[in-house]
Design a protein around this ligand. Structure first.
Ligand code: BES
Ligand code: MN
Ligand code: ZN
Length: 500
């Protein structure tokens, strides 16, 4: 998809579709006013008649509107003017994206950047538009008999973003950022959607290496023997039941000054989670192919930041393995020694995410990080607590937590903080090791994070539980690409020197 920004009178624009926004109470954005005038009051009339719903995102397609050069005008509701918000703006963009990706027009001109949102500058609006529209064109190329179904070619591919102001480098950069984030999301979605027999640890490693080659950053892949040497007994205990080898992937993006401390991202890469000997129930187990979406979000974010050429140092770590039952698999009750030296009694082999993350978090110490953020589809309890709207956020540093919450709101990919109080630590008590890997029935998201907190004392650290946000179930089943927008926005902020 190709984006250009242009200062133009909307009624004169030649395009397959011209997108204009209006509030349900009849107030028109400046571009809609221009179209209304050119069409001798057609838009106002239509709204007055009640054709445009007051739900943000509802649309009306008008064909060959008099006085307008575009073939079609897509009128999109911005909801009630008094309720106009980030959400209404994004709802409008999402339905525009849907209409454009499913429509026949090959090109479109979008005027929504001039919908005035309080406290959201033009650059922010442009970044959101390019991100949501580009992301809306995503299609997973499912391997089906008969080969490609040609879907990739459908929909608008050339997008003009029409603004009233003059175009400048800052606005251009905002559009590119949105596109880069959508590209990162597409990679994360592809990886999440691929089945466990294709998206293996080796596949993740190959993807990382290909990215490194494309964008010229270093990628290391550690093998089982390397992990043994490092003493990653916890990670390896998860890999034991699988016949396919685990991989430990480390990516080094060096956009910043040589000596600048890196931000480290750690992504859970369980390419399929059966639960192991503590086997999961059969229903919907297929969805556990998305248990590598933390890893996918790290890879996707690397693609986005490399595309943006962010001036920042970032290390990406992906511990990758399957969690399978088998004759050699770890048993409940087994005690293992983590890379940190702390011992773990594995009471439930299905609490495997924390077992691979803890060794990756210890490994992260060697980079003397500015901070570490891990991303993991860690607990079903997070979905119970927060639903599928925000990711769960827990942190050992309040400034870092606040920064991530802020970037979440800005990007529309939000998180919500849960307490990481020491009071919960008692729940991890074991009679046979330094800790157990589960904390009982209640507060599962918090006890999982408390487990990780025992391995992150050397640096500022935050944990994102994306069990609810990385995946949509039901008819639209598939990976969401979250939290690539949040992580990208966080790193954009860091690169701009806006840490706390
Ligand atoms: N990958 C799952 C968490 C999960 C559940 C992600 C549902 C997405 C949707 C994780 O490895 C797991 O199995 N967690 C257990 C922990 C429990 C055994 C303490 C869970 O949440 O049930
Ligand atoms: Mn599990
Ligand atoms: Zn898991």
């Amino acid at each position: 998809m190709e984006f250009t920004i242009k200062t133009a009178s909307p009624e004169k624009l030649r395009a397959g579709v011209l997108v204009v926004g209006a509030f349900a109470d009849g107030s028109l954005t400046p571009p809609a006013q221009a179209i209304d005038k050119a069409s001798k009051g057609k838009l106002a009339q239509l709204i007055k008649r009640g054709d445009l719903d007051d739900k943000a995102g509802s649309t009306v397609m008008l064909h060959e509107l008099a006085g307008t050069a575009a073939e079609r005008v897509l009128l999109v509701s911005l909801g009630k003017a008094a309720d106009f918000s980030d959400k209404a703006f994004r709802d409008a963009l999402s339905s525009v994206a849907k209409a454009l990706s499913g429509g026949v027009a090959k090109d479109a001109a979008i005027t929504l950047a001039d919908a005035d949102l309080p406290e959201r500058p033009l650059a922010w609006r442009l970044q959101q538009i390019s991100r949501v529209i580009a992301d809306g064109a995503y299609r997973f190329e499912a391997p089906k008999a008969g080969g490609k179904d040609g879907k990739k070619e459908r929909g608008a591919r050339k997008i003009t973003l029409v603004i009233g102001d003059k175009v400048n480098a800052e606005l251009e950069a905002a559009v590119r950022r949105g596109q880069a984030i959508a590209e990162g999301m597409a990679l994360a979605k592809d990886l999440g959607n691929l089945p466990g027999n294709v998206c293996t640890p080796a596949y993740l490693a190959d993807t990382a290496e290909a990215l490194g080659k494309q964008f010229k950053f270093d990628v290391e892949v550690l093998e089982r023997a390397d992990m043994e040497k490092l003493g990653m007994g916890s990670l390896l205990s998860v890999a034991k039941g699988s016949h396919i080898p685990p991989k430990f992937i480390v990516m080094h993006y060096k956009g910043g000054k040589t000596k600048a401390k890196p931000v480290v991202l750690v992504g859970k890469g369980i390419t399929f989670d059966t639960g192991g000997i503590s086997l999961k129930p059969g229903a919907e187990m297929d969805e556990m192919k998305y248990d590598m979406c933390g890893a996918a979000s790290v890879l996707g974010t690397f693609k986005a930041i490399a595309r943006m050429a962010l001036p920042l140092n970032v290390v990406g770590i992906v511990p990758a393995t399957e969690n399978m039952p088998g004759g050699n698999a770890t048993r409940p009750g087994d005690v293992v020694t983590s890379m940190s030296g702390q011992t773990i009694e594995i009471l439930n082999t299905d609490a495997e995410g924390r077992l691979i993350l803890c060794d990756a978090l210890t490994y992260a110490e060697r980079f003397k990080p500015a901070c570490v953020v891990d991303i993991a589809t860690l607990t079903g309890a997070c979905v119970v607590a927060l639903g599928k709207i925000p990711s769960g956020l827990l942190a050992n540093d309040d400034d870092l937590a606040a920064e991530l919450l802020k970037r979440g709101t800005e990007s529309g990919d939000r998180a919500w903080q849960l307490p990481l109080w020491d009071d919960y630590q008692d729940l991890l008590k074991s009679n046979f090791a330094d800790m157990a890997n589960i904390g009982g029935r209640y507060g599962g998201t918090i006890t999982a994070a408390c487990f990780l907190a025992r391995f992150t004392k050397a640096y500022k650290w935050a944990h994102l539980d994306i069990a609810g946000t990385a995946w949509v179930s039901g008819d639209a089943k598939g990976a969401t690409g979250r939290p690539v927008p949040l992580l990208s926005e966080f790193l954009i902020g860091r690169a701009a020197g806006k840490a706390e």
